[in-house]
Design a protein around this ligand. Structure first.
Ligand code: BG6
Length: 483
């Protein structure tokens, strides 16, 4: 009983939220560089799609401010990664999930040759991880398509982006494949439906026709690109593995009224659409029908069906933060979750940002996914965003974070005991970074505190929180000691 030997423990980051150095080393602008911090915004607003217009993008790009565009500065991981990796190694990490900024290698996405300065940075990063015994788990696309592609042709809406992504991926496999053997194609691939600009470089006002159709077109292009680079990886590095990545928004019926149950079932069908395609190899008939009813057509071209069928992913990864419920009652109370507004569950507590805390939901999610696909799973994001206080003793006491992880680990281990095949766990994020949805750093997730406020003031100093030492013990005991 308990976790198997060789279980991978670590943390997860994304380039656009951690690296900073947005205009250094030959990097081109990414869509994340125009994400603006909006103080005094109700957390609920972060859960709904925030539109970027040509005007807001032009205004952002005419300004080199890094206070209100926090993803441009991140936590300066670009310059401080050695120090950060040393702290991760001290916690005992055997894996670290990072992403590669596409525009660091191909500044506009369209160059024929990669930017060697960008290559040098990632080579150094992955070599240092290997030197410390930390296995890199690398996401090819995590919310940062090159801005030039978004402005030119709404990035992923254009089928031509598949070939550009293949070029970028080939470079990654060629240049880093000797150091990296665990890959993920698209972070939270389903997210393109909820936040088209961040995931897919889609600018609403320039879309011809329906935005929803454009999102599903772009999603299909990402599915095809993912299958294509999975084939490429297997040809180039037969031992390496490619995973898909889903936002696990597990949803319960709000009541046992059959209408609520049916509404939940319909929601789940779309939730699982992405894993059905990426792990199962085909669009399910019922999901296609549901899209057709909404007037949405998937733009298949010759060869797509075979490509998806013949090149599914090797493992399924997902983020898990919270669960929601579904109700047909229009007046049902809603609460924000991870880029989504859902119906509140009266049995669950929530964080200040409204995300409901549900450890049992993690077990349910693991069992559902394993039961459905029978492929190895990897939890690549899970954590609690909270404000932390630096106390007079110069420490950060964060029992709430320890409680969150303890309860989630207990359920994760229980799922493994019940038979789920789980490869590893990476917390989001092991060090405080810029929030994807709110661009705040005060929504802190880390075991390591970063001295920076929401406008970027601070020394950037790293400090171990109480949870740092707790996680270190958990890892050392392979999950046996959660005390
Ligand atoms: C996931 C994303 O959805 O949630 C991360 O993959 C993100 O990029 C994480 O940071 C937590 O969300 P947020 O908005 O609190 O940063």
């Amino acid at each position: 009983m308990g976790l198997p030997d060789g279980f991978l423990w670590g943390g997860a980051l994304a380039a656009n939220q951690a690296e900073g150095a947005w205009n250094e080393g030959g990097r081109g602008p990414a869509v994340s560089d125009v994400a603006k911090y909006r103080p005094h915004v109700d957390p609920r607003e972060y859960a709904v799609h925030h539109q970027h217009t040509l005007e807001s993008i032009a205004a952002a790009m005419a300004d080199d401010d890094i206070a209100y565009y926090p993803k441009r500065r991140g936590i300066d991981f670009y310059h401080r990664y050695r120090e950060d990796l040393a702290l991760f190694a001290e916690m005992g990490f055997s894996v670290l999930r990072v992403s590669i900024a596409w525009s660091r290698l191909y500044p506009t996405g369209e160059e024929l040759e990669p930017n060697e300065e960008g290559i040098a940075f990632y080579l150094d990063l992955f070599s240092e991880m290997r030197r410390l015994g930390i296995r890199p788990l690398v996401t090819l696309s995590h919310y940062d398509p090159p801005l030039a592609l978004a402005l030119k042709n709404n990035a992923w809406v254009d089928r031509g982006t598949i070939a550009l992504f293949e070029r970028f991926s080939r470079t990654c496999f060629e240049r880093f494949g000797h150091l990296v053997d665990l890959w993920l194609s698209f972070n939270e691939i389903d997210g393109i439906i909820r936040h088209p600009f961040t995931s897919g470089g889609i600018i609403d006002e320039t879309v011809e026709g329906s935005l929803e159709q454009a999102c599903y077109t772009a999603l299909h292009h990402q599915f095809v690109a993912s299958a294509s680079v999975t084939r490429m990886l297997h040809e180039m590095w037969p031992e390496s593995e490619m995973g898909c990545m889903l936002t696990m928004l597990t949803t319960y019926p709000n009541t046992c009224h059959p209408d609520d149950v049916a509404a939940t079932q319909a929601k789940e069908r779309l939730l699982y659409l992405c894993t059905d395609v990426q792990a199962g190899g085909a669009y399910p008939r019922l999901a296609l029908k549901a899209l057709e009813v909404k007037g949405i057509a998937i733009p298949f071209v010759d060869g797509d069906v075979e490509l998806l069928r013949e090149h599914p992913v090797d493992y399924i990864s997902f983020s898990y933060y919270m669960t929601l419920t579904e109700s047909v009652r229009p007046d049902a109370e809603r609460t924000p979750g991870n880029t989504v507004l859902g119906v509140k569950n009266p049995f669950l507590p929530s964080s200040e940002w409204g995300w409901q805390i549900d450890p049992v939901g993690l077990r349910i999610s693991l069992i559902d996914l394993y039961d459905r696909y029978g492929k190895p799973l990897f939890i690549v994001e899970n954590g609690l965003g909270m404000r932390d206080e630096l106390t007079e003793d110069g420490r950060i006491h964060d029992p709430y974070r320890i409680d969150y992880f303890r309860s989630h680990f207990a359920e994760m281990i229980r799922a493994v005991d019940e038979g789920v095949e789980l490869r590893g766990y990476t917390s989001w994020a092991p060090i405080d970074i810029i929030s994807a949805s709110s661009s705040q750093i005060s929504k802190r997730y880390g075991f390591i505190h970063v001295d920076q406020d929401d406008l970027g003031n601070g020394t950037g100093e790293r400090r171990r929180k109480d949870s740092f030492f707790w996680y270190q013990k958990v890892i050392a005991s392979n999950g046996a000691d959660l005390a």
